[in-house]
Design a protein around this ligand. Structure first.
Ligand code: GCW
Length: 668
């Protein structure tokens, strides 16, 4: 394993650019030579160029124009400060930036160019200016202090062991790895803050957190912590966590003064409250805004922000009441207080109203909220999408989400516009991913799942990159620069999300997963769960009526989305069972009936998964054996999984509908 000990860093000897003149002398302009981030950037540049083309560049520095200690206090300023430009002058490369982070991102741009074996001169001859799309580009770790990871499929946490924080070479390598794709914020502990994690804000962990914060700060990455909303009770000895209770407010004031003093690099907190058993303001009859604002007002003097999750629903609701609908909860709980949140609160909104299914409609909060800072939350931990066993490249899905028109305004109304801060001129905005990393040697379990970590960072930095461009970069940098191999692996990654959807939960129905683990098929696993029904299948049809005749969820969208989703005839096929209860004989836009689509999607989805596996087999001997075997052994498991899904779903719906497959395929 090469020095980078990372995913994208098997810097094999690169033939191109070995004689590149302009790599011989690189000029850094706009940031202090002595700045830690700049020093780390230069270190990366030297290591990478030596490893790839055997070159030791001469580094020179131009007068810097901006004080590198500029504190960016808003999204706009973050974007201004992180923009970089690379050009060529007098046969040397010039990296210009207004901040040390900009220089760091420029360096990684050059290293990607060399790693992908593009011509350096050609790439920068015209000058290349890149301005990040999203101000906050964050990873959320659901890592627990005992070393386990909730929804983790890549080994144990590299942050914790036996309730202690680990700091070692891997910590630094992780900072390098995620900085190399432009991540500038990391939440290092699980949003379900339990047991020892509640003590993260005590002197038991301050020293290690201060060290960790410094390491991340050296790569332009802000440190954030998930906060236990009931800390006043769990560690403070109070009997309340009521945000309007003077004793509670006083406790937090003293606590936050201590925390920000002891962890200088700390940027803020992520809060999951009133959700899945977690305490929160609802417990005291207060609003979510009361809860978030109380904390925000206190951390404001330290430049802190409160990122407040909208994943709030009553997990004890009575699903037998036809109007009860888990999908409505986010909008019902957060829209009424639009504009009540203070300006250092950011609402973090899951991409869909339910829970990271292989396909969901975009949350109506995105485009609903107009006066509140917002962040998009996606999941690259493959909780419902194959556990980093099944190949499921999620960047195409994220592109769809970002491109979604919300109609909140005449223009600049896509999700990408909103989370970039452009639509409403938000003070803060951005995108977070529940990360898929762990202590596995390749960080992500399945080597190909690395494309989701790599891709999330690249897409958050540049929303205009295509899923194909990102896949190509990932493959060339970490697996092979052979055009044939790159093409084959792209042909595996690009369709993999739709293939997974086809052999699991097509037409937007989602779920049907094994309870608790969420891997593998159980059609009724969640159907009769207290949290609401998920497919409502009967002898005549299936799907959940979320139109105005049902739960009314469709009407939470702006027009014309509301009318489109509200009508079975207008609703797009891929979401039609999320919004409507339809007979098996309902004819889709595709011309197929619902039941025939279910049969075809599952049989074909399985066959397509087999073909992906065969494509991978054809690469034997053309790439690193370790990578080949890592993915091959998972493909074997994926095909078992796909077969299970295909057989179970087709049998279930054949038996319940008694409608045979038009193509006469064997269904038991
Ligand atoms: O996706 C679900 C998961 C939980 C997770 C929760 C959340 C961290 O099943 O494991 O808890 O949602 O997003 O908070």
């Amino acid at each position: 394993m090469s020095d980078h000990a990372g995913l994208w860093t098997d810097y094999k000897e690169k033939k191109k650019n070995r004689n590149s003149v302009c790599l011989g002398k690189i000029c850094i302009s706009g940031a202090e030579k002595t700045d830690t981030i700049v020093k780390n950037a230069v270190d990366e540049l030297k290591k990478g160029l030596m490893a790839m083309v055997g070159l030791e560049p001469e580094i020179v520095y131009e007068d810097h124009t901006v004080n590198s200690s500029t504190v960016c206090s808003s999204g706009r300023e973050i974007l201004d400060s992180e923009e970089y430009r690379i050009s060529i002058k007098d046969n040397s490369l010039i990296i210009e930036g207004k901040s040390p982070s900009a220089i760091l991102y420029g360096v990684f741009d050059i290293l990607r160019t060399v790693a992908c074996e593009k011509e350096v001169e050609k790439s920068y001859a015209e000058g290349k200016t890149v301005r990040p799309s999203d101000p906050l580009r964050m990873l959320n770790h659901w890592d627990n202090m005992d070393g386990s990871i909730e929804r983790g499929y890549s080994g144990d946490s590299f942050f914790y062991e036996n309730d202690e924080i680990i700091i070692n070479e891997r910590t630094r390598d992780y900072a390098r790895l995620i900085a190399s794709v432009g991540i500038n914020g990391v939440v290092i502990n699980n949003v379900n803050v339990k047991s020892a994690a509640s003590y993260m804000i005590t002197d038991r962990y301050f020293d290690k957190l201060a060290q960790l914060g410094e390491i991340f700060a050296g790569y332009g990455i802000g440190l954030y912590l998930s906060l236990n909303y009931a800390s006043t009770i769990e560690i403070g000895g109070l009997d309340s966590a009521d945000p309007l209770d003077e004793k509670v407010i006083e406790w937090w004031k003293i606590k936050m003064a201590e925390v920000f003093k002891m962890i200088p690099a700390l940027k803020g907190f992520l809060v999951k409250a009133d959700s899945e058993g977690r305490p929160g303001p609802f417990t005291y009859g207060r609003t979510q805004a009361d809860g978030a604002n109380m904390l925000a007002d206190i951390v404001k003097e330290y430049g802190g922000i409160i990122i407040w999750r909208c994943f709030v629903y009553n997990c004890r609701q009575d699903w037998r009441d036809k109007k009860t609908d888990r999908a409505r909860a986010g909008y019902d709980n957060f829209m009424p207080m639009d504009g009540d949140y203070h300006d250092n609160v950011i609402l973090q909104i899951k991409n869909g109203p339910m829970d990271f299914q292989i396909r969901e409609p975009v949350s109506p909060l995105l485009g609903g909220l107009r006066k509140t800072n917002q962040m998009l939350e996606v999941q690259i931990a493959q909780e419902y999408t194959g556990h980093q066993i099944d190949v499921c490249y999620l960047i195409p899905e994220f592109k769809e989400i970002l491109a979604f028109k919300t109609y909140c305004r005449e223009q600049d109304d896509t999700v990408a516009d909103i989370v970039s801060g452009k639509t409403f001129g938000s003070r803060y905005s951005g995108i977070a991913a529940v990360t898929n990393t762990g202590n596995d040697f390749n960080w992500t379990g399945n080597y190909l799942a690395g494309a989701n970590l790599f891709g999330f960072g690249r897409l958050a930095f540049d929303n205009d990159l295509s899923a194909e461009q990102i896949a190509e970069e990932f493959i060339r940098m970490s697996i092979s620069a052979d055009d044939g191999v790159v093409s084959e692996i792209k042909d595996i990654l690009l369709p993999s999300r739709e293939i997974y959807e086809r052999y699991t939960c097509p037409l937007g129905i989602g779920w049907m997963v094994k309870p608790a683990t969420h891997y593998g098929c159980s059609v009724d696993g969640y159907e009769y769960d207290r949290w609401g029904t998920y497919h409502r299948a009967d002898h005549f049809g299936l799907g959940v009526d979320r139109s105005d005749k049902g739960t009314g969820y469709a009407l939470q969208y702006n027009e014309p989305n509301a009318s489109i989703y509200n009508s079975p005839e207008k609703c797009p096929d891929e979401l039609v069972l999320f919004f409507h209860h339809l007979p098996y004989t309902h004819v889709l836009h595709s011309g197929k009936t619902v039941i025939q689509h279910i049969y075809d999607a599952h049989f074909e989805g399985y066959d397509e998964a087999v073909r992906l596996s065969e494509k991978w087999d054809s690469l034997k001997g053309k790439l690193d054996d370790e990578i080949f075997e890592n993915v091959k052994e998972r493909f074997a498991l994926q095909l078992e999984n796909a077969r299970e899904w295909c057989d179970q779903v087709n049998s279930y719906f054949f038996r319940i509908s008694a409608i045979p497959d038009e193509k006469g395929r064997q269904i038991y």
